[in-house]
Design a protein around this ligand. Structure first.
Ligand code: ACO
Length: 412
């Protein structure tokens, strides 16, 4: 049905693929997922090895540049990211302009976009379209600078979004602390003596950051590439990724899991909730994944971190409800048949809650590390041979055929 567009140029095979279930839009060397086997690798390294032996910032380097750094490469990367974590002082006015109860993801999205206004050298429309060219050291250095800035400033922006809601003054990024530690310091969260973040909790959050750093072409990464394909500056592209991540079917799921557990209330209500899910009256947040058709490998690591964190913070009162929900769902025919298992968000929300983060801050804890994945994919696309092709999918038109305009007074 529908009308064929006039002057249409046929180019290859056109398929209808709602939600991109089967469409590959790029070739990539960054992240490998085998959804049937539950395998996740960053640049070939199994996620389990990275989670136990690497740290977030080293993994960030790996994702972006394709190889584990030498000591001097890591030192230089850490120095550049830390050096660029400081924000222009005017950014404070931006944060103070938000309503007292603004959602932190709305603040983050706006702030990433606003950052672009400070760095004109990152804006191709001001500089000419060949801004980032493979093999041109000056252009690569320019690109790297934007990457350092975005990773460094992500924690500073997130800490500001956190503090502005409490009416507290902003804190400058400290020196001499690791990436995640510095983030906790700026929020003044999970601190022990002398405002130093708890090493156990900082390490737990660092591993969570590492696990969230990339997941190939999820909705937000695809959004970054879609936006980036118009050759816009990386701040604008990252802002759109942040907006996409905000949704409850994506990065908002960790927040949705806790709201779901609170609504269930206690373990005795779990069976009735599961039945409501099966009648499609409710969604089991934190279960299911577009790619994994078995358990998300990150969910096992997150479950272990939860135990470490609870030793320090005490158990979350929702844990028993979550464990029973997990047990019932994993043994229920409805979920087995549909290959629904926990994704990374099922347990991570409980950790964030035990750590005392406000519910609506959970997606920010996903967005901060995911900036790395977005940038790795954006860099890969910008430097691919043959240049960037604008992403412009096609549709199948099913609307009205040609009809003639009727003046307003003549309409029925
Ligand atoms: N609860 C109940 N049923 C579900 C769930 C769920 N969480 N997820 C999928 N299903 C059902 C669907 O109703 C569908 O059933 P049907 O075939 O009888 O119609 C079947 O399982 C297949 O699901 P789809 O919706 O086709 O799977 P899709 O790949 O489109 O969606 C998604 C994946 C969005 C993650 C989905 O599983 C979901 O909504 N999960 C809950 C939200 C969530 O946890 N999101 C986080 C994703 S991970 C991340 O962003 C880090």
């Amino acid at each position: 049905s529908g009308e064929r567009e006039e002057n249409e140029t046929e180019r290859g095979l056109r398929v209808s693929d709602k939600g991109f279930l089967n469409t590959a839009v790029i070739t990539s060397e960054i992240t490998y997922i085998d959804g049937e086997a539950g395998v996740l690798r960053y640049r070939g390294y199994p996620i389990e090895q990275l989670a136990t032996q690497s740290n977030f910032l080293e993994t960030a380097y790996l994702l972006i540049y394709g190889a584990l750094p030498s000591s001097s490469q890591f030192a230089s990367f850490e120095y550049e990211v830390t050096r660029h974590s400081i924000l222009h002082v005017d950014t404070e006015s931006l944060f103070r302009a938000f309503r007292y109860d603004a959602h932190p993801m709305a603040m983050m999205t706006s702030a990433f976009a606003a950052l672009g206004s400070y760095y004109s050298e990152a804006n191709p429309s001001l500089q000419g379209q060949t801004l980032y060219t493979k093999g041109d050291p000056q252009s690569i250095a320019n690109m790297d600078k934007q990457i350092f800035r975005l990773i460094g400033k992500a924690t500073t922006l997130a800490a500001m979004a956190y503090r502005v809601r409490q009416g507290r003054p902003f804190v400058q990024p400290p020196t001499g602390m690791g990436y995640t530690e510095s983030f906790l310091y700026q929020m003044d969260h999970l601190t022990e003596e002398n405002y130093k973040p708890s090493p156990v909790l900082a390490k737990a959050l660092d591993i969570l950051f590492l696990l969230h750093a990339d997941h190939e072409l999820n909705a937000s990464c695809t959004t970054v590439l879609q936006t980036g394909s118009s050759l816009v500056d990386p701040y604008s592209a990252i802002a759109t990724g942040c907006a996409s991540l905000y949704g409850p079917l994506h990065g908002g799921a960790n927040e949705a899991v806790i709201r779901m557990l609170i609504s269930i209330g206690s373990p005795e209500n779990v069976p009735a909730f599961v039945e409501a899910v099966k009648r499609r009256e409710k969604v089991l947040s934190g279960f299911g994944h577009r790619v994994y058709k078995t358990s998300d490998p990150r969910s096992f690591i997150v479950r272990q971190i939860a135990d470490e964190v609870f030793k320090v913070t005490g158990k979350d009162e929702l844990l028993e409800t979550a464990m029973l929900l997990h047990k019932i769902a994993m043994n229920d025919e409805y979920f087995i048949k549909r290959k629904l298992a926990p994704n990374v968000d099922f347990w991570s929300g409980l950790i964030y809650r035990a750590m005392g983060f406000p519910l609506d801050f959970f997606p920010v804890l996903f967005a901060v590390p995911r900036v790395v994945g977005w940038l790795a994919h954006w860099r890969q696309m910008m430097l691919q041979s043959g240049g960037v092709k604008i992403w412009r999918p096609r549709q199948i038109y099913v609307g009205s055929g040609k009809r003639d305009y009727v003046p307003i007074n003549s309409r029925e």
